[in-house]
Structure formats: C-alpha cells, structure tokens
Design a protein around this ligand. Structure first.
Ligand SMILES: [Zn+2]
Length: 945
C-alpha cells in the first residue's frame, strides 16, 4: 500500500536539503516572482487561506517548470488590532475566543500565555511555517519575516516609505469621517472587522423640524423628498433626549444619536428627556415646505439608526406609505394614541417624483406590486426601499409642485435642495456607516470625525490618474475583475492610516501614532527581494539613505555606513527580482489591500517597478455550504493534510473552482482524489517500460490526443485556470488513456512511457510529492519540481485522426444501443455500412453553408449545384431537412475513402468488443435496405441474432 504521508515527508526533507526553493538572483536568467498577502497569524492556516495560497503555489511551480528562476517568499503580518484584540479577549476571558483556542488544541495553562500578543506571534509563526512546509509549498523560507517594531529592519523600511509619502504630500493630517470603535477608541479598518468589510461612512442630511422651543431632527438620504412630507414618525416606546448642540440650539433625538453626534464634531449636552408617546398627535414644522406636520406612532423607528425619528414621505418611501396605511386602516390604533381617526384618514399622499417604472407614487405602487401587507414585513420593505431609491435617483423627475425644482432630474435636485437646507440652517450633516460594522472587539462601530488623524490621500485626483495608468498595464486573472479595480480606484477616499495602539511601526514624524495594518502592507513585496540579506546588517547602519540607494538607486553610496559591496549586491537583488510578477488573493482584498498596493507603488517606485499582475479568487464553500465559524465547518489545514494527504488536499481545493466563482471543497471528492493519487503511483510502476515496439494507427491517435492535452493544459495554466488545467491535464488524459488501452490491448512502449512522463509532469504543480516519487521510480535523477514543463508537438496534433477515432467510439456506442433495442445479447454477426460517397459531398456543402443560412430552399439549391449530389435530389432533401431540424449542424467528417479505411482497420477491435464476426460494406453496393440509413461519420448497423 502507498503511504502518502511517508512520501511527503521524504520529499519535503529532500527539497530542504537541496534548498531547491531558495531562489537567488541570476543575471541573464528569466525570473518570476509571486506573492500571497502575508496573513495575520492569530490562528492556524485553514482552508480559506489554503485556496488563495494554492493558486500562488500552482502558478509558481508551473513557471519554475517553464524555466523561470522562481521566487515565492512568505512573511507574517503582526500589525494592528487582530492580535492585540484577541490577546485582550483572552485576558477578559471572552468565551468565544477561549473556545477558539481550545478548538485549536491549546490547553488551559497555555491559553493564559496568549494574554501577551507576542506569544501569538511566537506560536503561530511557527505553526504556519510547519503547515505550509508540510503541504509542500515552494517557499524560499530564508526571506520570511514579521512586521512591526518587533522586526527593526522592517520597521525602518515602513518608516522610509512613509517619509516618501509625506514628502510627496500624500500623507496629511486632516478632518475626515471614519468608521470608529468606541471601545477600542480607534478607527476600525477592514481587517479589524468581524462584520461589514468594505462599508464606509455615508453622509446623511439631518433635517430640522421646529417643535416648541427645540428642533426635532431626522436623518435622510433623500433631502429632495421634503416636498412630499406628510408627518413625522416616532417610536412611542422610546425615550428621546433633548440636547444642547454647540451651545446654540436644542435638538430632540434618540440617546444613541446624541452619542454619535458627539463624535461628529459637535458639542452635545443632554438637557432633558421626552417620551415618544408624549409627542404623538402634536405638530412640528417641516422645512422645505414650511407647513406643520403631525407626529405619529410607528414600529420602524430604530433609535440606533439616524436620529430615531423619521420624516414621512409616503409617496416615495415604502415604509412611510405602509405605516400611514396601517394607521388609516385602524380606528383602534388611532384611538389608542388619542388620535382623531378621521383626521388621519384625511392625510393624502403627495406625489413629487415621476419615474417611468412607478409613475408618481412609487412607494404605493411597489407595495402593491410585491404585495406588502403591513409595516412588519421588514425584509420585503427593505427590498422595496432599495428598488424605489434606485429608480428615483437614476430616472426620476421632480413634479410641478416642487417649486423651482420642477422638471429637474432627481439626481440634480437632491444636491441643490441639500445645499439650500444646509445654507439656511434648516438642516445639518450626520454620518452613518453604509451598513452594520462590528469591530473585532465585538462592539458595533459608528462614524467619528477625526481631526488629528493622519490620512493617506487616496482621494487625490491626480494620484488616481496614475493609479489607473498602472492598472491599465497590468494583467488581471480573471480579466473581468478590471471593472471592479477601476471602480475602487475612483471611489477610494482618504484613508486613516494610523492608530493609537496595537503592534506596528510608529509614524516617524509623530510617534504617538502607530501605522495601521492596511497601510504597512502596500509595497512590502519589495522588501522580500532583500529580506534574507538585510538581516545581516546591523540595525544602526540602516536609515533612509540605505533604502533610497537599494530600492530606488538614489543617493551617494559613500555616505551610507554599509560597505559598498553589500550595497551593490542588495541593489542587484532588488533590480533582478522587481517588479513583482504575480500576486494572488481573495477578491475581498480588491477594495483595499490590492488597490492600495497599486497606489503606493506608483508613488514610491518608477514605472518599471510597478506590479505586473494580480490574481483574484472567490470564497471557499465547504460541501456546498458557506464557510463559517458558527457552522463549525472551517477545516484547519493540518487536519486536512492528516485526513486527505498533502497532495490529495492540494488537487482537491484547486479542482474546486476557478475564476471569481466560489471554490467548493468536496470531502467526498477529496477522499476519491486521495485514492487516485495513490493509484497513480501503482499505475506508473506497472506500465512504465511495458508494451510493444510496433506502431499502429491507434498510437497516432493517442499521440495526437496527448499533444492536444499538453497544449490545452498549458493554455489554462498560463491564465491561472487551474481547475480547467486539472480537468484537461489529468481527467481528460486519464480517459484518453483508458480508451487507448482498450483499443490497443498492448500499448506502444515508447508512447506509454511518454504518456506516463507527461502525466506526472502535468500534475507536478498540483501533487508534487507523489510526482517526485513517480519520477524517481521511472529512473529520473533530478527533482521533477525542477523538470521542464512538457511542450506540445503541434505537428502531431492531427484533427482527422481524432475524428476517425470518434467514429469508432461512437459506432461502438451505437451498436450497443442497437443491441439493447433489439434485445440481442450475443449477436452472431454485425454489419456496418459506410454511407454512399455523394452524402460526403452533401455534408461538405452543408458544413460550408450552414450558419450562413438555415433556409431549406437556399441550402437545397446550393446542394443541387453539385453534380454528384444532383442525382439523389429526393434523398438529399430529406437529409437537409433532418439536419436543419436537429439544429446541430453537421459534425466534421472524414472523406469517404478515409472513413471506410478507419472502419476496416478497426474490424478486429469491433469483433473483440462484441465477440462476433463483423463485416464492413459499402452502402451503395449493398442490397440491405438498412444500408440506406448510413450517414457520413455514422455507419448504418445491422445486427444478426
Ligand atoms: Zn473595538
């Protein structure tokens, strides 16, 4: 029995001894440099990491076999809150975190040690390296490093980078809204979120409604709808607060809103309270329309959202319409709150916006369209709100009753009305996240306006132009992510790049700040080129001049306190390896990490050192289900390898998907792949150097197929379509081989050896351990990891040979169907009739003309121009009609003589397959009526009992 784990261990140790993945610059030799984003090492690698990193791995192994000097380094990310927060959660004894640690196999005594964030780094950097080595990744481990001030060399590199950005005016102190955690007292970057990645601050218009000596405030994304206001919504059960704002006015809002405003550049002082119930039935003055509107009860005013009060525009907001409709239908509900039912019923929807889809009462129409019964159908209402908002925004036109805005596009009126309301003091501004965001410390995030923060100016228009230029010259895999990259470049805003605490690099000119994790990870790929050598240089000798010289070729070497030879060798390393050729990550990093990398590269490096390509992949699903902690289906890599072997896991995950589609991990498939990997070894053993010397027609076919497979597999590998590569290079090849052995009985020895060699070469990027073993078994002395990727011999790809073999295979299938239909188990004789020569002529005509026309008359007249067909007009017309009806056209056919030859040569094979005599006849010389049914590529079949 094959022991895959033993084999993996053997080759892992051989590779390590031979240092085959340690890549050094070699001037004149073509190179390929790939990276996978350095992971946070606050847990062991799992299947999600594994998929993205395997795409990097398969690509670099392929490039290595293509003759490139291949570099795949890997570092660890320790910056920022993920580890600090996790350590804090351990200290606080937070149960979920403790359970996570237990699940990873840590004992109680050890878990305590994780209160220190440095202990995380110690444990998991070791764990990651072990796991990645075990699974066979072709990594140059000499270049491994960690981030933060715990690695002073890297620390200086990040500081150097930030000084450059500062000099160029690309880092500035500014006042900006950011997503904020009140517990951590810090901005919440994408990587610090457990929910809401990619969400950003969104500006609301906070409309003010005069109410006694105060103002009720209500947040709106649609200030243009002020003309349609009919009432104010309030939650009767909520206690609202009265707050002095900037010592000037008193506003009424939810307590949560007051807390948020205090973070948004406002002085907020709570001066009183007021119950929602106590305001019902009273009136407030609506700005924009200058009329009094009544305050009514509803169930959908969430005190956590906006101000906790909502201005009601039933014409265009489905919630408002259905809320009003609910009240108008219930006398009881009105009386409960002391409202005059007749008065409520008299409130009319005011149409203000016209759209093509929904007319002028969009909210009313959509509630009818999707059958919303009452205000408690939250999901449907949310959907309706989005649809109406989109339609109104893009195609809406303001109605006659909208004063000077009548006839104006909503898109345009919105900005104008907002401006006017702000200018006249009838509104203010408030920010909310675009959707729920939860910090890793489990606190729901809010928006804070920070003013002493440092920002990287991704919002800069000129910089965006250069970033686009960089993107334009890059290859993207798959190409269709380009739209998203373009969108992100345009949409990105200034980015808060510092935090007040956590591990990291201090901002060099303002050391109270620590650079956050998405900002110290933008150009570190450049650091890989020298990471193994810079370690040797004493830290006090390294300053900006060092990096200027080594990474930019700038400055006077003599002024740098490092010896000149060392400097030159480091410079040479960088110039050899840079730019980076390929970086792969999950698609979730497009919106930040990958795009940041483009921006910063263009700011720091000359054009020739901008990144060459990015690859992006989808999520991983497990047995068809979303991967999630709560489902408990996140498989740690170490478990996978134990259960399915390294090779089995590698090929299964890459066969799970490609492009942006989610990759599915199928445990059943993994089990069967493991078996297949084992069988491969036995198959090679049994068949290598086994076979006959003579060469037959079927050998030509196999050779043609083999070369075609090599060609197609290579094409798929080139564009990182690894699933296709496995499909063609493994499954299709195995199927072809099976057919070949059935046909040939004994394979041609030379060809068989070639097939075996090719098969293991094509599999090496996916299952390197077993391929090394097989390679050694067939007598090769070098590592297959370093062997040359097979090249297709295009001259040996012969389409007519493939067609010929297809005819044989399909004829076998057809004979089997006939036997089933006629219920004959053991035929005494089978006759095959080759179609009449004129039919081949007809097929040629149809092959040429179909597609240009499917008209019977046209096709018939074309066919009748051919003298050889003309005589058989009636039969020809039947065939043409049949072909048109099938809708499939005609398949490629051989010519008459060749098809006949193929069938005659395969006579013995047919006889062997069916255990009876087989005769091949020409249809036009036969008296059998059946013979007339023969078509090109489809001989007629007669079976005798
Ligand atoms: Zn937090």
């Amino acid at each position: 029995m094959v022991d895959l784990n033993k084999i993996a261990k053997k080759w892992q140790s051989k590779w390590e001894k031979a240092k085959i993945f340690e890549a050094d610059s070699a001037r004149g030799k073509k190179k390929f440099f790939v990276t996978f984003p350095y992971p946070y090492i606050n847990l062991y690698p799992h299947i999600g990491h594994f998929y993205s990193i395997m795409r990097t791995e398969a690509f670099i192994r392929y490039k290595r076999m293509q003759g490139f000097n291949a570099l795949f380094p890997q570092a660890w990310h320790c910056t920022g809150s993920p580890m600090t927060n996790a350590a804090l959660r351990i200290k606080e004894g937070e149960q979920r975190q403790v359970k996570t640690m237990k699940d990873m196999g840590f004992k109680d005594e050890e878990i305590k040690k994780f209160e220190d964030e440095k202990y995380w780094i110690k444990v998991f950097s070791k764990g990651w390296e072990e796991d990645l080595r075990k699974v066979g990744l072709a990594i140059d481990w000499r270049r491994n490093f960690i981030t933060t001030s715990l690695n002073p060399h890297y620390d200086k590199f990040v500081q150097w980078q930030f000084r450059i950005l500062k000099q160029k005016g690309l880092v500035e102190k500014g006042k900006h809204p950011v997503i904020w955690c009140t517990k951590c007292n810090s901005p919440v970057g994408d990587h610090s979120r457990i929910e809401g990645e990619g969400e950003t601050p969104q500006e609301y218009t906070l409309i003010k409604f005069k109410f006694d000596d105060s103002y009720i405030v209500a947040a709106s994304l649609r200030p243009e709808t002020v003309f349609g206001q009919t009432n104010m919504w309030i939650d009767p059960n909520v206690e609202y607060v009265k707050a002095r704002i900037n010592d000037k006015e008193t506003w009424i809002m939810s307590k949560e809103c007051a807390n948020k405003l205090a973070l948004q550049d406002k002085k907020v002082e709570i001066v009183g309270k007021i119950k929602g119930r106590d305001m019902i039935g009273k009136y407030c003055r609506a700005p924009g329309v200058d009329k009094d509107i009544i305050i009514l009860p509803s169930s959908f005013c969430d005190p956590k959202v906006g101000s906790g009060l909502v201005t009601s525009v039933p014409s265009d907001a489905p919630d408002d319409w259905i809320g009003l409709y609910d009240l108008q239908r219930s006398k009881e509900e009105c009386e409960k709150y002391g409202l005059n039912w007749e008065k409520i019923k008299a409130i009319k929807v005011i149409p203000i916006i016209k759209t093509k889809e929904f007319g002028d009462k969009a909210a009313v129409k959509i509630c009818e369209d999707i059958n919303i019964k009452n205000q408690h159908e939250r999901e449907k209402l949310e959907k309706a709100r989005k649809i109406v908002y989109k339609a109104g925004y893009h195609t809406g036109i303001m109605n006659e009753n909208c004063r000077e805005y009548k006839g104006m596009k909503v898109e345009e009126a919105k900005e104008k009305i907002k401006k006017l309301l702000l200018k006249t003091g009838q509104a203010d501004v408030m920010y909310e996240p675009t959707a729920k965001v939860v910090c890793r410390c489990l606190t729901e995030s809010v928006v804070k306006i920070v003013s002493d923060q440092w920002f990287i100016k991704y919002g800069d228009k000129e910089w965006k132009k250069i970033a686009h230029k960089c993107l334009d010259q890059m290859n993207l895999y798959p190409e269709n992510v380009r739209t998203q990259f373009n969108y992100v470049i345009d949409w990105l805003n200034d980015w808060a790049c510092t935090r007040e605490f956590g591990l990291g690099t201090r901002l060099p000119w303002d050391e109270q700040w620590v650079i956050e994790s998405l900002s110290d990870s933008t150009i570190y790929m450049a650091y890989y080129t020298i990471a193994h050598k810079i370690k040797e240089i004493p830290i006090d000798k390294i300053d900006d001049r060092f990096f200027d010289y080594v990474l930019l070729g700038k400055g006077d070497k003599k002024k740098i306190p490092v010896n000149s030879k060392t400097l030159d060798s480091l410079r040479a390393e960088f110039e050899y390896w840079y730019p980076m050729d390929f970086r792969n990550s999950g698609k979730d990093l497009i919106q930040n990490h990958l795009t940041f990398s483009i921006f910063i590269h263009t700011a720091v490096f000359p054009k020739k050192h901008w990144p060459r390509s990015f690859g992006c992949n989808g999520w991983v699903t497990i047995n068809g289900k979303k991967m999630s902690k709560s489902l408990g289906n996140v498989i740690p890599l170490r478990e996978m390898v134990k259960q399915y072997s390294a090779d089995g896991s590698r090929i299964t995950i890459l066969y799970g998907g490609e492009g942006l589609d989610d990759a599915n991990w199928d445990s059943e498939l993994a089990r069967s792949m493991k078996t297949k990997v084992e069988q491969l070894l036995m198959f090679c053993k049994k068949n290598y150097n086994n076979g006959v010397e003579e060469k037959r027609a079927i050998d030509d076919w196999m050779e043609s197929k083999l070369n075609e497979i090599v060609k197609q597999t290579t094409e798929a590998m080139e564009i990182t379509m690894f699933r296709s590569a496995i499909q063609i290079g493994y499954f299709d090849l195995q199927r072809a081989l099976k057919w070949y052995l059935r046909r040939a009985i004994k394979p041609n020895k030379k060809l068989m050896n070639k097939i075996i060699e090719t098969q293991i070469l094509l599999l090496t990027p996916f299952t390197p351990f077993v391929c090394e073993e097989a390679w050694e078994m067939i007598g090769e002395k070098q590592f297959i990891s370093n062997a040359e990727w097979p090249k297709p011999d295009l001259k040996k790809i012969k389409p007519e040979v493939t067609i010929a073999e297809d005819i044989v295979r399909e004829t076998i299938d057809d004979i089997n169907s006939v036997l089933r239909l006629t219920k004959i188990d053991k035929p005494s004789k089978i006759m095959l009739f080759v179609a009449e020569p004129w039919k081949y002529e007809l097929y040629k005509v149809l092959g040429r003309e179909l597609g240009k026309s499917y008209d019977f008359k046209v096709l018939m007249s074309k066919a009748m121009k051919n003298d050889k067909i003309k005589k058989y007009g009636q039969d020809a017309s039947k065939i043409i009609q049949k072909v048109i009806k099938s809708g499939k056209g005609v398949s490629d056919v051989l010519d008459y003589k060749l098809e006949q030859k193929v069938l005659v040569e395969s006579k013995k094979f047919f006889e062997r397959e069916f255990g009876c005599k087989v005769e091949i006849e020409e249809a036009d010389k036969s008296k059998e009526p059946k013979a007339k049914q023969a078509l090109p590529g489809k001989p007629a079949i007669l079976v005798e009992k």
